[in-house]
Design a binder for this molecule. Structure first.
Ligand code: CMC
Length: 432
């Protein structure tokens, strides 16, 4: 990383700040000394122009529609690799050799079971709880079960916590699903691959053999790869912010799960599918497009637009292909929801409003249809996103903890409340 300086004026004051260049992508102005030099803070709600950290993990070029994990294009990873290879890459920075991959798969596999008492923990939750509520609770609860990997100053414990989170998230997610439908929990089976195991834990029942559909397993593995990391998005920033105080990794990932739940982030695939169902038929699309364009209507086309991508989301292209593979396998080429999705995409991509605002379909647009076809209820969609994203969260958390310059995250604010005033005894107060 090289550094130069940049000079700019604020009123009559000339300010000289370092400008740091990364490997690729925009440079940043290091404003760390701005307050000391000018007595002013910067103001950037939503961090639209603010880099919160240095990172070597993921690179996005939103204008060009590029996504790289540790330098590797997402389409190459999704086509040639598997999810555990991506997890290794995110954690260690390099693709594994065959021996390293075998060892890593073995380690993750050996951590898939959860403490037996977790089953009783689940019983304290309502059956009709949203599975994401169960995930927030159960991931947070891991810190109450695995004390031996919560000392963040010990590199070995940090790595064990990382393995545990990647390994146990699918088990917890499947338990959340089974709990919500009143079926017995299915233990993980170590001879299976990561996605296969997850499918089995979700869909197997004790009374019959479960046959894994290889197309579903491959599609799910791809979904995991595509969602594994996405640089400093809201949930990852939440994990980093929570971790910056020294909180244990399980608590930090639970914070990330909570943030992911929101409809503007991980909840969008659920919202996109609900919207397609609400639209119902191709004939209704113009009505919904008009609503999306109406400034007085809060309705937005779910699965469209992205804070960073102002071009086609590269993950959406792969997701679209995966979606067709799954529907083809099921003989569902004529699924009415898919018809609505394809037509909506076509209309939106040729509509002046969407072109001008660079609103392209994002990954959530197609992932919802795919997951539904595979039998997952809508309420599980964000849970699957969380299962995938845990690898990125934990890699980003580790990078932050291992950064010697790491400080507690503590944003500033522009105060717009009342100036200082004196306390008024209750008897003397008047209604304003
Ligand atoms: N439908 C209609 N109009 C939209 C949409 C949409 N989906 N998204 C943005 N706009 C308009 C918005 O009204 C605004 O118009 P104007 O400039 O006239 O006020 C303009 O585009 C810019 O929108 P913004 O909200 O300032 O943009 P943002 O970067 O803050 O928002 C977003 C990004 C993803 C939150 C937003 O596009 C959105 O709400 N999309 C729908 C939800 C969705 O699909 N989210 C999934 C994101 S991808 C998953 C992930 O990576 O986490």
């Amino acid at each position: 990383m090289s550094a130069t300086t940049g000079t700019f004026n604020i009123g009559d004051t000339s300010v000289n700040m370092p400008v740091k260049a990364g490997t690729i992508g925009p440079s940043v102005v290091d404003i760390g000394k701005l307050y000391a030099q000018t007595g002013m803070f910067t103001y950037d709600p939503g961090f639209t122009s603010t880099a919160s950290c240095e990172s070597e993990i993921t690179y996005i070029d939103g204008d060009e529609g590029v996504l790289l994990y540790r330098g590797y294009p997402i389409d190459q990873l999704a086509e040639h690799g598997d999810h555990l290879e991506t997890c290794y890459l995110l954690l260690y920075g390099q693709l594994p050799t065959a021996a390293q991959k075998k060892d890593f798969d073995h380690r993750i596999t050996r951590h898939t079971m959860v403490h037996e008492q977790m089953a009783r923990f689940f019983q304290g939750l309502r059956r009709d709880a949203h599975p994401m509520a169960i995930m927030v609770a159960s991931v947070g609860a891991l810190s109450a079960f695995y004390h031996d990997s919560t000392d963040i100053s010990d590199p070995r414990q940090r790595m064990i916590a990382s393995f545990r989170l990647i390994a146990k998230m699918p088990t917890l997610a499947a338990m959340a699903y089974k709990y919500s439908i009143g079926q017995p929990f299915v233990y993980p089976k170590n001879e299976l691959g990561y996605a296969e195991n997850f499918l089995r834990m979700c869909y197997a029942v004790p009374c019959e053999e479960y046959k894994i559909n290889p197309i579903f397993a491959r599609a799910l593995d791809r979904i995991f790869i595509l969602h594994a990391d996405h640089e400093q998005n809201a949930s990852t920033s939440t994990v980093r912010l929570a971790g910056s105080s020294g909180a244990n990794p399980f608590a930090c990932i639970a914070a990330g799960v909570a943030c992911l739940w929101g409809p503007a982030h991980g909840g969008a695939n659920e919202a996109a599918l609900k919207m397609l169902t609400e639209i119902g038929t191709v004939e209704n699309i113009p009505k919904f497009i008009a609503r999306a364009k109406d400034k007085n209507d809060p309705f937005r086309l779910m699965g469209f637009g992205h804070r960073v991508y102002k071009n086609y989301d590269p993950r959406a292209k792969i997701m679209q292909q995966t979606c067709h593979e799954v529907l083809g396998q099921l003989g569902m080429k004529d699924d009415p929801l898919l018809d609505v999705a394809v037509e909506l995409e076509r209309i939106a991509l040729s509509d002046e409003y969407f072109i001008e605002k660079k609103l392209y379909p994002n990954i959530d647009f197609y992932s919802g249809i795919t997951l539904k076809a595979m039998g997952f209820p809508v309420s599980m969609f964000t849970v699957l996103f969380a299962v995938a994203r845990v690898s990125g969260w934990i890699a980003q958390w580790k990078e932050m903890i291992e950064d010697p310059g790491q400080k507690i995250g503590r944003p500033r604010q522009l105060y717009i409340g009342s100036p200082k005033r004196d306390y008024v005894p209750i008897a003397e107060r008047v209604t304003k």
